[in-house]
Design a protein around this ligand. Structure first.
Ligand SMILES: Nc1ncnc2c1ncn2[C@@H]1O[C@H](COP(=O)(O)OP(=O)(O)OP(=O)(O)O)[C@@H](O)[C@H]1O
Ligand SMILES: [Mg+2]
Length: 223
């Protein structure tokens, strides 16, 4: 369960605090999927970074299955990010010098040895239709294929929370549709909490829970 209470975020600037997010309170249970839409600059990525424990809130709390990541020690926080959160960034951020299979395995290289990792990585790459691309480098892939590798990488540790920032942002309709279908398949299969930030109204509408970020506040808009 992801729980957000009274969350606010502001950035200090020379002209005073710049308020980005205010009074955010919501929770999502395992297996639930929510989309977040909102104008450019409204704070969608900022919110995902906070939920992924990459950036602290100014006030308020976040907890995932009862754990507040911002109350952890730096070492515990690193483990939390690695094991509890899968993040798909808009520009995939794959390592160019590594193969597809190696990129998916990157999150399993820290901490204790993960015995089944290579098998899981092959299984995930098979699920996203890249069984015959495992030895390719990212430069040898299409945009949609790269995004599918990023999805496999985000899920390799089987995290309870999956955060996606414009996962289909740079893709055309067909490739975006494929990535979205795989995203929802894997989400259902692994019963993650899924949060998707997107400008794509079709993708947003596929999530049973819908939020809109505007005027620093998050409004629930599903019927
Ligand atoms: N480190 C920072 N210091 C000051 N302001 C910041 C910082 N990071 C982000 N901002 C500001 O916070 C606001 C929200 O940024 P954010 O990236 O979350 O927007 P977004 O909704 O994801 O936009 P987009 O749809 O364009 O990706 C922006 O106005 C941005 O300029
Ligand atoms: Mg953004």
């Amino acid at each position: 369960m992801l729980t957000v209470s009274d969350l606010a975020k502001s950035y200090p600037t020379p002209r005073g605090a710049l308020e980005i997010l205010k009074d955010l309170t919501f929770s999502l249970a395992p297996g639930e999927a929510a989309s977040i839409v909102g104008p450019s600059g409204s704070g969608k990525s900022t919110l995902l970074y906070i939920l992924g424990a990459l950036e602290p809130p100014t006030t308020g709390t976040v907890s995932l299955d009862g754990v507040d990541p911002f109350a952890l020690s730096p070492a515990e926080l690193a483990v939390f990010r690695n094991q509890r959160v899968g993040f798909v960034f808009q520009d995939h951020l794959l390592l160019p010098q590594c193969t597809v299979l190696e990129n998916v395995l990157v999150p399993t290289l820290v901490g204790t040895t993960d015995e089944g990792a290579a098998d899981r990585a092959r299984g995930l790459l098979d699920r996203v239709g890249l069984a015959d691309r495992m030895d390719h480098r990212p430069a040898e892939l299409s945009g949609g294929e790269r995004q599918r590798v990023a999805l496999a990488r985000a899920l390799i540790r089987q995290p309870p929370l999956l955060l996606c920032d414009e996962p289909t942002g740079n893709l055309d309709g067909a490739a975006g549709g494929t990535v979205a279908a795989m995203l929802f398949d894997l989400h259902r299969q692994q019963e993650t909490v899924l949060l998707v930030v997107t400008h794509n109204t079709g993708l947003a509408a596929r999530c049973p829970i819908r939020f809109e970020l505007r005027g620093q506040r998050l409004e629930r808009t599903d019927p």
